[in-house]
Ligand binder design. Structure first.
Ligand code: DQA
Length: 160
């Protein structure tokens, strides 16, 4: 099983970005942990972070088995079985992102480090949640591992 871990804008700044909200773990550390957990779960993870919305949409199309735009990184061109998505601020704004995920039928779990429901009003609504298989927020960096375990469990039950 192949799971894509897709992070949106500004998440490359984890570690130093608003540590009181997002913690001090870097994205590289989160991704390394996910690779370790993936080997325990006997799945493959491919990780990528995007600061440009169209690049993320192109990657989702490719991961969903559609035509790969020329800029899509080679490791994202192979079809994935599911995705963990932390779309950062696009969570709250991007119908295009939800349309991309539903358009290629890529099952996904939505993840956030912070509890978006306990934050400013503009962060309390997710454009993605209605299309997600599951959502998880507020566990900080640990949330990625929890969501990976949960998503793999859901997808395995689908196949059983
Ligand atoms: C976030 C929450 C979003 O509101 C914010 O824009 C982010 C990070 C989180 O992981 O808590 O960039 O997705």
């Amino acid at each position: 099983m192949r799971i894509a871990v897709l992070n949106g804008p500004n998440l490359n700044l984890l570690g130093t970005r608003e540590p009181a909200v997002y913690g001090t773990t870097t994205l590289a550390e989160i991704e390394a942990r996910l690779h370790d957990v993936a080997s325990v779960l006997d799945v493959t993870v491919v990780c990528a972070q995007f600061n440009h919305e169209g690049d993320l949409i192109d990657a989702i199309h490719a991961l969903g088995g559609r035509h790969s735009a020329p800029g899509v990184a080679p490791e994202l061109r192979e079809r994935a079985d599911g995705a963990l998505v932390n779309a950062g601020a696009w969570t709250h704004t991007s119908l295009a992102l939800r349309d991309a995920l539903t358009g290629v039928g890529l099952p996904f779990a939505e993840v956030h480090l912070s509890n978006i429901h306990a934050r400013e009003p503009e962060r309390r609504h997710s454009m993605l949640a209605a299309a997600a298989r599951a959502t998880l927020c507020g566990f900080g960096a640990d949330g990625y591992e929890l969501a990976l375990r949960g998503l793999v469990g859901l997808l395995r039950r689908d196949r059983a």
